[in-house]
Design a protein around this ligand. Sequence first.
Ligand code: NAD
Length: 248
Amino acid sequence: MDARLPAITLVTGAASGIGAAVTAALVREGGRVVAIDRDERAPFDHPAISRYRADVRDARALVDIVERAERELGAIDGLVHAAGVLSLGAICDAPDDALRDALAVNVEGLWSISRALAPRMIRRARGAIVTISSNAGSTPRVGMGAYCASKAAATMLTQCLALELAPHGIRCNVVSPGSTDTPMLRRMLDGASPSELVRGRPGAFKLGIPLGRVATPDDVAQVALFLLSERARHVTLQDVRVDGGATF
Ligand code: NAD
């Protein structure tokens, strides 16, 4: 076990994509993961992963899971909120509830899981929190208004939390991925080639990816692990873009 990582980390959105890559990387390093997802399917299983099926929009369920997991496993010193939804559509054409849906998972889910776990971290005066936001939280996009607004809110919520928790020795940071090869991105591409993401599409305010490739989920997970670890002990309130230079 890498002693600089939390012994137990709670990961939301752990059944797919970036959350699954964070879970796998933590387990490879010898950590234990409390894995939450609304989807029962898991890409892999391991004795160090305790899976809980829950919707992050259900604040009560999150409180119950944290209570039960800590009673059975011990203190949860790390949190990675990776659960997220992407809604597409121009602001004037999107369904009425597109913004509400994006906020409910990407922001309120973060609000609820933080409020379920952070008071326990405060009592122990230790912990690290990482939010998987998006570079779309700081760069406007055509046809992604609800998503961009929700990610901007998630980033800001994490940074406000970082200020409130810093006196207790708890760090909170944001990882903002760009295009990353996950089921979410493949759904968005809907069969189109990822090479367009690399080249860019100025009409959609997408400038392309200078490093010339789409990220793997593990590219994002490695930065999340760094921020969770003691190697980042003097890093808090930061928004780290993992997007191959697509935004700055
Ligand atoms: P994904 O769809 O592969 O995985 C998301 C996971 O979150 C799924 O397992 C899903 O079941 C879970 N989830 C969604 N809503 C939930 C809810 N209400 N309760 C519990 N679980 C829920 O997507 P991904 O690409 O791995 O995305 C992970 C995070 O990274 C998201 O927050 C996403 O916005 C962000 N992100 C992704 C990209 C990308 O290009 N893939 C880019 C920037 C940011």
